[in-house]
Design a protein around this ligand. Structure first.
Ligand code: UDP
Length: 263
């Protein structure tokens, strides 16, 4: 032990002191735990329909980078790239059946995302709101929280397991019950605009917006109103950002001026 006065133990002490000093100077992420909503549109990349593995691989890298910052992440996947209940019912299907098919579509996406994340070396757990015991755990709130605390990204498929609602609403519900600091809604535009920026070139982008305004303003459709209402009633913040911009998720997590913050 005495011999160690100039050996390993003091070295370890100085190493730890140095690491503490370095960590002090490092900016911490603004959010500790988030619920990331990835719509089906994000899964199809530039394709018209279905899953784009190359784009999902890109999404997984963005999530992996964010995860490396120490942020706890749960992801809710949409299914609109494969099947939407409303579209099915318009074509004459029984509406509830069509919604269940939509929920299965979200599980396709969730599986693809889990696969891509694991390929990037991220530990994950897939939980579904519809029992699928060969491929996923059932959604269990406390288990999902524990997974995140253990450094696993939790991918949530199957929406809420209930028909007639959307995955946006499911994301707001999960965000609340999992104690997330905010919902991060990934889109293909830079944030929330006063009008559709793809149709109206004069549409103005908001950097910040109140939850009340997002709920009341008919032109703001970036999340469905039921989801916004839930967030408004529970003061859960929403960050809308462009997932196509590399690094945007990381920047938004650091609290940089990216996208639109709805609070
Ligand atoms: N869905 C549902 N209950 C839920 C979540 C989703 O019935 O809790 C169905 C609904 O028919 C929806 C489809 O699943 O149209 C796919 O989800 P969504 O349209 O929200 O996906 P996104 O727009 O995010 O791609």
């Amino acid at each position: 032990m005495l011999l160690d006065c100039c050996g390993e133990i003091p070295q370890l002490f100085f190493k730890q002191l140095f690491q503490k000093f370095m960590a002090k100077g490092k900016k911490k992420p603004k959010y500790k735990r988030i619920l990331l909503k990835l719509s089906g549109e994000a899964m199809r990349g530039k394709r018209e329909y279905g899953i784009d593995p190359a784009f999902i691989s890109y999404l997984a890298s963005e999530i992996a980078e964010a995860h490396k910052m120490g942020v706890q992440i749960a992801v809710v996947t949409g299914g609109g790239n494969i099947f939407r209940g409303v579209a099915g019912s318009k074509r004459g299907m029984d509406e509830a059946t069509a919604h269940y098919m939509g929920m299965l579509a979200t599980i396709f996406n969730a599986m693809a995302l889990q696969d891509a994340l694991e390929r990037k070396g991220v530990n994950t757990r897939l939980q579904t709101a519809i029992e699928m015991k060969q491929i996923a755990e059932n959604f269990i709130r406390k288990k999902a929280i524990r997974h995140m605390e253990k450094g696993r990204v939790v991918v949530l498929g199957g929406g809420t397991g209930l028909p007639f609602i959307t995955t946006d609403t499911g994301a707001a519900m999960r965000g609340l019950e999992l104690g997330c600091d905010a919902i991060f809604k990934a889109t293909k535009v830079d944030g929330v605009y006063s009008d559709d920026p793809e149709k109206n070139p004069r549409a103005k982008k908001y950097n910040e917006l109140s939850l009340k305004e997002a709920f009341q303003n008919e032109k703001i459709t970036i999340l469905d109103k039921a989801a916004v209402e839930l967030c408004m009633r529970n003061n859960l913040h929403i960050v809308v950002f462009n997932i196509h911009k590399k690094g945007a998720l990381k920047k938004a997590l650091m609290g940089e001026k990216v996208g639109t913050v709805i609070r």
